[in-house]
Structures are given as structure tokens and as C-alpha cells.
Design a protein around this ligand. Structure first.
Ligand code: DX5
Ligand code: ZN
Length: 224
């Protein structure tokens, strides 16, 4: 399997010092640097929490060369998602539950120069979306209810990971499988074995005082 990708979530970082918090997970003597930085956008509508939006993302894009992985937990992604791609976000992921026409949102994100991601809440089945996944670059499998960091990992979502991995490995689909929620030293191995490519980790990276060392250890554990 290819090397695991690690995407620290700045939701658990110090919001008054985001540039240095991101720099702390860049290239260092313990790790080659994270693959993506995961940015959780919440609108207090799709989820019961409010974080940040376009103005902060625009500033982050100027502050780092690390590709931004924007996870939009928002209503009306058809209206709000494409501008993130236009601004320069590398990957723009929105929720399947938030729109009736995920494919058209994906098309608009791609037309704006971004990669498109589809996110599924823990209780959302994969099956109804299999047909449209060719319109996407990333599938984000949520392993906690979206809205907050620091929640407990839900291992039952790994059935979705195993199912999509099988389809990808058959050569029927090109898609990156990402997992988000409760990823830590104790849970990342089972997620890696199920077939995850990219691991989001918030509290496991920024909850301690050495984010770079935490990333290196997660990467080591995810290597299967
Ligand atoms: C939750 C967010 C996650 C969150 C993960 O709704 O989508 O990205 O930051 O935090 P941890 O890794 O602490 O579960
Ligand atoms: Zn997220």
C-alpha cells in the first residue's frame, strides 16, 4: 500500500496562532511534513457548531504551501463550496446529506480548479452514492458525528471503508479514502488495515505539546 497521508485538523489548534500551528506540522527532523492541513468549516446550521469560513481560509492559503483540505460541514454547499476551490483550496469536501445533487456541486468545484470530496456522516450508507463517486476525487468517511473534535472513534464505519477499498482495488474507481474523527494511536491501525489512504487527526496532533512528533508516530502506526 502507498504511504499513508496525514492531515492534521486545525480545529484542535490555537486559533490565535494558526500560521505557527500549521508550520509546526511541516517538514522537520522527525517527519517529512504532513500531506494536507484539514480545515473544518462549520456553519451552526448543518452542525451545531460554528468555526471559520472563507476569510480565514484565504489568509491560511497565504500563510502556508501545504495543500488545504477544506471539510465543509455547511448547508447549501452548491452555493458555498466552489468559492473555496476558486480561492485555492486543494481539496473541497462537502456533505452528501446537505444537497440533493452532489454531482453538480462536484462539477463546480472541479471547474473552479479544486479536487472534490464527498463526506458521509456515520449513519449515512455508502450504497446510494456508489454510482456518483466517479465525479469525486475523495470520499471522507466520518468516524464521529460531525461538529466537534475529541470524540470517540466509531469502528463500525470501517465497513464502508472496506467496501469502497474493494471497489477501488478492483480498478473500478479512482478515489482517495479519507477518515475523520477519533483517529489516534489506538485507532489508526484498524483504520489503515481497513484501507484508508488519508487520516485526519485533530486532538491527537494538537492536543499535546509536540505536534510534529505526534504526526510521525501516527504515520508510523498507519503504515501497513
Ligand atoms: C469533526 C471534524 C474533525 C475534527 C476531528 O466534526 O470534522 O475534523 O477536527 O477531531 P478529532 O481528531 O479530535 O476527533
Ligand atoms: Zn473534519
Amino acid at each position: 500500500r502507498p504511504a499513508p497521508m496525514i492531515a492534521p485538523s486545525i480545529l484542535s489548534a490555537d486559533f490565535a496562532n494558526l500560521a505557527s500551528e500549521i508550520a509546526a506540522v511541516g517538514p522537520s527532523d522527525v517527519d517529512p511534513g504532513v500531506d494536507w492541513v484539514h480545515v473544518d468549516v462549520m456553519d451552526n446550521h448543518f452542525v451545531p457548531n460554528l468555526t471559520l469560513g472563507m476569510p480565514v481560509v484565504e489568509s491560511l492559503l497565504k500563510a502556508t504551501d501545504i495543500p488545504l483540505d477544506c471539510h465543509l460541514m455547511i448547508a447549501d454547499p452548491g452555493r458555498w463550496a466552489p468559492p473555496y476551490a476558486e480561492a485555492g483550496a486543494y481539496n473541497v469536501t462537502f456533505h452528501a446529506e446537505a444537497t440533493d445533487d452532489p454531482s453538480s456541486v462536484a462539477r463546480d468545484i472541479r471547474a473552479a480548479g479544486g479536487k472534490a470530496g464527498l463526506a458521509l456522516k456515520p449513519g449515512t450508507a455508502l450504497e446510494p452514492y456508489l454510482e456518483i463517486l466517479r465525479d469525486f476525487d475523495t470520499l471522507l468517511v466520518m468516524s464521529v458525528e460531525p461538529g466537534f473534535g475529541g470524540q470517540k472513534f466509531m469502528p463500525e464505519v470501517l465497513d464502508k471503508v472496506r467496501a469502497i477499498r474493494k471497489i477501488i482495488d478492483r480498478g473500478d474507481l479512482r478515489l482517495l479514502v479519507e477518515i475523520d474523527g477519533g483517529i489516534a494511536d489506538s485507532t489508526i491501525e484498524q483504520a489503515a488495515e481497513a484501507g484508508v489512504d488519508c487520516f485526519v487527526a485533530g486532538s491527537a496532533v494538537y492536543g499535546g505539546d509536540d505536534p510534529a512528533a505526534r504526526v510521525a508516530e501516527l504515520r508510523r502506526k498507519a503504515t501497513v
